[in-house]
Each structure stands twice: as structure tokens, then as C-alpha cells.
Write a protein of this length. Sequence first.
Length: 318
Amino acid sequence: MHRFARFAVVGAVLLVALGLPSASQAVFQIFSPRSTIFSMEFSPDGKLLATGQGNGTIFLWDWATGQPVRVISETMGTVFALSFSADGQRLLTANGDGQIGAVWDVQTGKQLLALEEHVGWVHAAAYSPDGKFLVTGAEDKTVRVWDASDGRLLRVLTGHRSTVFALAISPDSRIIASGGGDGEIRLWDAQTGALVGILPVRVAAVFSVHFSPDGKLLASTSGDGVVRLWDVAERRLLTAVAGHRHRTHAVRFSPDGKRLASGSMDWKVKLWEVPTLTELKTFTEHVEFVLAVAFSPDGKFLASGGGDFNVIVRELQD
């Protein structure tokens, strides 16, 4: 590794952003890293919220207070994706400059691994639930699988005809789902790298994919603003709804699998019932595009972030 992180414990930050419209009753906390938020994820124990920014920083927040616990500052460009290990001790990131993914120690901020085989920006990354491997996707149209312990490249998955924007790994760590600018979702056997299925969106680039907690469903969002729900075993589309008026970059299942959240360039965050995709709620607090959404591990809070530099955490009603 030839890149070194700088980290610091930071004091108070902006808690209420200027220009934000009247917050809904659901808003629990608003805070800002003062840069566009491209990615976010709660730690498995629910204590931290990690956000990746357009200026190359990674914030680890005590989201209940809105204060940063640690800031990892790097010169590798936009942090397009991030993913915690199952034990919450490591954080995998995908970076838009330097052509690498990286793994960080959550407690110290130290860079542990650099994943440097891609050509072009790395847009997607996921840590396997069993902790054994990592996956990254990039502009070079490939999905790469790495050993989580030492960063060795295990295999290269080819077939996408454009940038790989989205990755997800099934809860049993057996299937990798990748979404690309070619409008396809490809399903791969994680152990062999064999292609086991293609889910054809076709009409637009796929920007986000996420498995349900039981692994039976896969949600996707794309450039046409449509939220789609797929049956993984049968490789078929179950439900689709034109839920947003613009490109939709983020989708996540709730921990109980009963709800789905999506975030869009139309500035809105929406909550859907699974599997019907009946709209349950629209959140309109953001004043710019939304690129990331995340549920807390207990499912009681929903966070989002994007172009207005604000992280908004909402307390969800039963």
C-alpha cells in the first residue's frame, strides 16, 4: 500500500442546514459533512453511520447526536460506495479516483487493504456477509472478487457492456448481483464466478441493487425512475412502479424485509410496502438530489443524503 489515511476526531459541525424547508415530524437529526453525500451505511451494531462524500472524505458519525466520531481524509476522489464487515470492524469503500477500492479499520481509521486492479473509477463495493470476500465494480465493465483477509484478487467477472454501478451480495453469501450502465442485472455464483442469471432492465442504466433479508427478492433502481422487485430463484420481475420522476440512485430493504426505501434525483425519498410496492410515504426534506439511503439495523430510523450536503435521519412510525 502506498497511500496513507489521515484521521481526526472533529468537533461540532453544522446540525441544521440553511435553506432546508420545514422539517417533517419524522426528522430525528440533520447534520452535514459539507460535501455531496454519495454513499451511506449504518454499522451492524447501529451505533455509527458511515457516509462517503464527493470530496473524498469518509465520515463516521454518532448519528444520534449528529457529531462525527472520525473523519478519514483521502485524495482518492468521490466515495461512491461503502460497506461494513459483518462484525463492524472494517469498512470497504469504492473510490472515483486512483482506480481502487480500499478497506479501513473503523476504530483507528488506518487503511488496511488497497484493491488496485481495476482500470477506471470504482463505482460499487460490497462486503460479503460471511466476511470472506469483497466485491468491487468499475468503469472497466468488470466485477472483481477479492479475499477479505489479504486483498488477493480471486476472480474477475466479465460480461457487462458498460460501467458496473451497483453491487449486492445475498445474505448467505452465495450470489453476487451486479447492475450496469448496459441496463442488465447479472447474478453470479460467488464461489465459482459462473453467471447464473440475467435480469433485463434494458431501458435504463441500473444504479442500485439490494437483496431482501431472506435473499428471495432483489430490488433495483435505475435511470428511468422505476423501482423494480425481482424473484431471485425464478429470475423474473415481480413488481415495478414508476415511483420517481427522475433517475433513481438508491434502494434498500428494511431489516425485516417488509419495506423498501428509494432515493432519487427528483429530491424525494420514498417508502414502499413489500412486495406490492404500494407507496407508504414520501419524504421531501431534501432540497437537492438524493443519492443514498440506509435503514438502521433495528428498522426504526431511515437516513438519506445527497446534493444538498445534508444527512437527514428520520424516525419511522409503525
